[in-house]
Design a binder for this molecule. Structure first.
Ligand SMILES: Cc1cc2nc3c(=O)[nH]c(=O)nc-3n(C[C@H](O)[C@H](O)[C@H](O)COP(=O)(O)OP(=O)(O)OC[C@H]3O[C@@H](n4cnc5c(N)ncnc54)[C@H](O)[C@@H]3O)c2cc1C
Length: 466
């Protein structure tokens, strides 16, 4: 059965039987497709919260500078702590501040470009969904992107946001230079050849060293991608994993916790004509919400719904320019844990995660997401000098996640996982320092650029000690 037909059928069954439950799920839907103030700086409220609602704070002040100079002046003329929010799409407590919470939403847009070199200078508060169509007009594109495009460039870069592809690096690796305002209000610039320590130590830095106002990005000429999605056997996928990752530019798969089937999603460069660009009503989100409503919290029902997964995802193809294909709508909110594992350990870790989840009857309907990412050179990047398998586990926002994520967290650490900085982890500096050979250098750099920890919050203290 074709995916669209199946989804329509599911919709009809659902409409007849569980309208109330479905309406409940729809209430969880965000309006992220609308160009709202995605920094989530509240209008008229004193409380900030992130996309999934699991993090919040009541800062003394929201500060939205109109220029880099205004930001520098603010830092020079005050002594309060300041955190920076991008699009508020991190699940981890990287953003909350009790003092000043600042958004760079006014520092937005392309500053300059060099088409011959495929390079642009862009303001850090620019959202990817704003930037990528503008780059396309210039004939430029990112080499790779993640599942959504709501993030700001600053937020995506600072947490090593990534897509999939074993030879492709995270979004941070597009950065070849940046400009940053320090705790004292000074403006510093760096690249691999100029102030290299700051460049390698500060590109992925969770806003701990300073506030980045502009990035110089190395892009490439635009290209089209063909995305193919289909159901497959999990066992065969595991056996053929190396081949699948080698033969496809961007390969990822979605194993279910309980079913022996999974879903493959692969993307390759093509010259074919564009097709199926618009995500319709019967999209992944619809399926996920339907699956949640149909199965409820009962593991027996979750197993049944997950067994349908392979049939649902048959022969879905989309063709378009890369920025139109990488991102998908994520209107149903969830919480997420993700770790990056050494490539040779990732699949064993996946096996154990599924074993632990099954043994504990964890009520998780969402498919697990398994991707690959090439290693890089940024000190605090989870991909530092390590080609990785990335595994993420989602739980719909209105359901309990803490005991399950904590159990998964232990498994991830057993396999030397490094947490995604924007996603949930239950580790602290003792673990993190062991996972990063440049940890001490990073802490020293933090001390150099922010000696009074103005850019810190409780979570950063937990990770870096100050
Ligand atoms: C629905 C959804 C889908 C996602 N999909 C993916 C995915 O496919 N791949 C992936 O890797 N991740 C994914 N993520 C995680 C997300 O990409 C990261 O958490 C990212 O950091 C969010 O960007 P943001 O602009 O919202 O930043 P925020 O969450 O607002 O901030 C993140 C960090 O960056 C810092 N920061 C922001 N701007 C600056 C700046 N100018 N200077 C210095 N520091 C700054 C903040 O202080 C904070 O520490 C997803 C998240 C959600 C909610």
């Amino acid at each position: 059965m074709k995916r669209r037909k199946f989804l329509r059928n599911t919709g009809i069954v659902l409409a007849g039987t569980t309208i109330a439950g479905y309406a409940g799920i729809q209430r969880l839907a965000s309006k992220i497709d609308e160009p709202i103030d995605a920094s989530m700086i509240p209008n008229g409220s004193k409380v900030w919260s992130n996309w999934s609602g699991n993090q919040s704070c009541t800062p003394k002040e929201f500060f939205i500078p109109k220029s880099e100079l205004e930001l520098a002046e603010k830092l020079r003329s005050s002594t309060e702590k300041m955190r920076i929010v991008g699009a508020g799409h991190s699940f981890s407590p990287v953003v909350p501040s009790n003092e000043i919470l600042s958004s760079l939403k006014e520092l937005n847009g392309i500053v300059s470009y060099d088409i011959e070199k495929s390079q642009v200078v862009v303001k850090a508060g620019t959202h990817l969904y704003q930037l990528t169509p503008q780059l396309h007009e210039l004939g430029l594109a990112f080499s790779n992107l993640g599942d959504i495009d709501r993030q700001t460039v600053g937020g995506a870069v600072s947490t090593s946001t990534h897509g999939t592809g074993s030879t492709l690096r995270s979004i941070s690796s597009a950065v070849i230079g940046f400009k940053m305002v320090t705790a004292e209000g000074a403006i510093v610039e760096c690249s691999a050849d100029n102030n290299a320590e700051l460049f390698y130590g500060g590109t992925v830095a969770l806003g701990a060293l300073g506030i980045v106002t502009e990035y110089t990005l190395q892009l490439e000429p635009t290209y089209k991608l063909k995305e193919v999605v289909y159901g497959a056997s999990l066992k065969e996928t595991m056996l053929n994993f190396s081949k699948l990752t080698e033969e496809n530019r961007n390969f990822e798969f979605f194993p279910f916790l309980y079913s022996d089937s999974c879903v493959h999603k692969l993307m390759n460069v093509t010259n074919e004509a564009e097709k199926n660009l618009k995500h319709g009503f019967f999209n992944d989100d619809f399926w996920v919400s339907s699956a949640h409503v149909l199965s409820g919290q009962k593991v027996k029902n979750i197993k049944r719904v997950q067994d349908l997964g392979r049939k649902v995802y048959t022969e879905e193809e989309r063709v378009g320019y890369s920025h139109q294909i990488y991102s998908s709508p994520r209107n149903i909110r969830f919480n997420e844990i993700e770790y990056q594992l050494p490539i040779e350990k990732g699949l064993a870790c996946l096996d154990e995660l599924r074993y632990v989840g099954q043994k504990g009857d964890f009520p998780i309907t969402y498919p697990i997401e398994v991707r690959t990412v090439e290693g890089d050179d940024f000190w605090m990047s989870p991909f530092y000098k390590r080609k990785s398998i990335s595994i993420s586990i989602h739980q719909i926002v209105d359901r309990e996640f803490l005991p399950y994520f904590k159990a998964f967290d232990k498994v991830f650490c057993k396999y030397e996982g490094r947490p995604h900085w924007g996603k949930l982890t239950y580790q602290n500096k003792e673990y993190v320092s062991q996972m990063y050979s440049k940890y001490d250098d990073f802490v020293a750099l933090k001390q150099k650029f922010d000696p009074t920890s103005r850019f810190s919050n409780d979570y950063l203290v937990k990770l870096f000690g100050s």
